[in-house]
Design a protein around this ligand. Structure first.
Ligand code: NAI
Ligand code: MG
Length: 351
């Protein structure tokens, strides 16, 4: 029996999670997988009502009692500080030491990419984004805040341990999935200390994988090449901030934020799965959000839990629904969130 926590969150997070859960339950029933889903109402409503974001003891509970966590999205215009989202998502990512943010960039249908030369063969790679250090550790401060002489310092933390484990994860994934190349994105020509460390560790780990082509690029060049020649990428490994930026570009290549999926992993431990997109207040409550990113995220979760056949079934169902044009308006279709989810669930059950 696997236990999965479901935290829909805010805005369209709630709407797409409803469809993701439906797809998960349909797949569970088709494959006879023993899953227990436990729902949590954490998010802006609860924060505004009870001043609780990530409840006391949550990390211990997840470590002890759960195999995976699925979240929709967090963010609400009424919580200007974004405090609850930072507490919940940041708390889980850092607190559970989920050092791998895995984000696949795979075009589902040639119609979806804005690239003239883009197609399903040349847009198919995965990004390994470091998820626990870099620029996002909140190290720094303001001196003489608000004064003309104000000094603002934001430090980037790169540890050998942290750099080594994400680069190793990328190479191990490449070998396991028959990928032939790993590309590092850094800015070691300017950020010589921190990113110099990334280059050195990359070279050392690469020497243990002679069967895999190791390639290092500056991040600005990669941003350009990802548009001009995305076919060269198979596995990309990079730091927290560059991964954040490059995967939004990646999401655009594959048809927008509505289809992008992600996993926050610590292999062997309870891990967190979430669509890449946020709570989209501009679309919330209108029933038009695309559920594909969330449902594709369910496939990643089933893969992680050891059900690859179930994961492939969901992926195929999504591709078939896309081929049939049974999609939401962001992908040129006419279906609502619930209809698009139902179209995928129907196909999961068909085989
Ligand atoms: P966003 O991802 O919510 O929206 C960006 C744009 O993409 C919007 O035009 C939105 O309508 C569209 N979009 C996003 N998901 C979509 C979907 N499934 N189907 C169709 N269209 C979709 O990012 P934004 O606007 O920067 O942030 C909105 C709120 O979400 C903020 O409070 C932000 O802090 C939060 N956020 C939360 C994240 C998370 O929980 N992991 C990630 C990113 C933002
Ligand atoms: Mg982002």
């Amino acid at each position: 029996m696997r236990r999965i926590a479901i935290i829909p969150g805010d805005g369209i997070g709630i709407e797409v999670t409803r469809e993701a859960v439906r797809a998960l339950e349909t797949t569970r029933d088709c494959f006879g997988i023993e899953l227990e889903l436990v729902h949590f109402d954490w998010g802006a409503e609860k924060y505004l009502r009870e001043h609780v974001s990530l409840p006391e003891g949550a990390l211990e509970m997840f470590r002890r009692d759960f195999d995976a966590i699925f979240t929709g999205a967090f963010g609400d215009p009424r919580v200007e500080s974004n405090r609850h989202a930072i507490d919940i998502l940041g708390g889980l990512r850092f607190g559970l030491d989920l050092y791998i943010n895995l984000r696949p960039v795979r075009l589902l249908n040639d119609r979806f990419t804005p690239l003239k030369s883009g197609n399903r063969r040349n847009i198919d790679f995965v990004v390994f984004r470091e998820n626990t250090e870099g620029m996002y550790v909140n190290a720094g401060g303001n001196f003489k805040l608000g004064a003309d002489q104000e000094i603002a310092i934001q430090e980037e933390i790169n540890t050998r341990h942290g750099v080594d484990r994400i680069i190793r994860a990328a190479f191990a994934y490449a070998r396991q999935h028959g990928r032939k190349r790993v590309t590092l994105a850094d800015k070691s020509n300017v950020l010589t200390y921190g990113h110099g460390l990334w280059r050195r560790v990359f070279k050392a780990v690469a020497s243990e994988y002679p069967d895999i082509d190791a390639n290092a690029q500056y991040v600005d060049a990669m941003a350009m090449l990802m548009v001009l020649d995305p076919g060269q990428y198979e596995v990309i490994v990079t730091n927290n901030m560059f991964g954040d930026i490059l995967t939004d570009l990646g999401a655009a290549l594959q048809g927008g934020l509505g289809v992008a999926a992600s996993a926050n992993l610590h292999p062997g431990r309870v891990s967190l799965f979430e669509p890449v997109h946020g709570s989209a207040p501009d679309k919330a409550g209108r029933g038009i959000a695309n559920p594909i990113g969330a449902i594709m995220t369910v496939a990643m979760m089933l893969d992680y839990l050891g059900y690859p056949d179930a994961a492939r079934r969901i992926e195929q169902a999504i591709e078939d629904a896309c081929d049939a044009g049974e999609v939401t308006i962001d992908l040129g279709g006419a279906l609502s969130t619930a209809e698009a989810g139902a179209a995928i669930c129907h196909r999961v059950g068909l085989r």
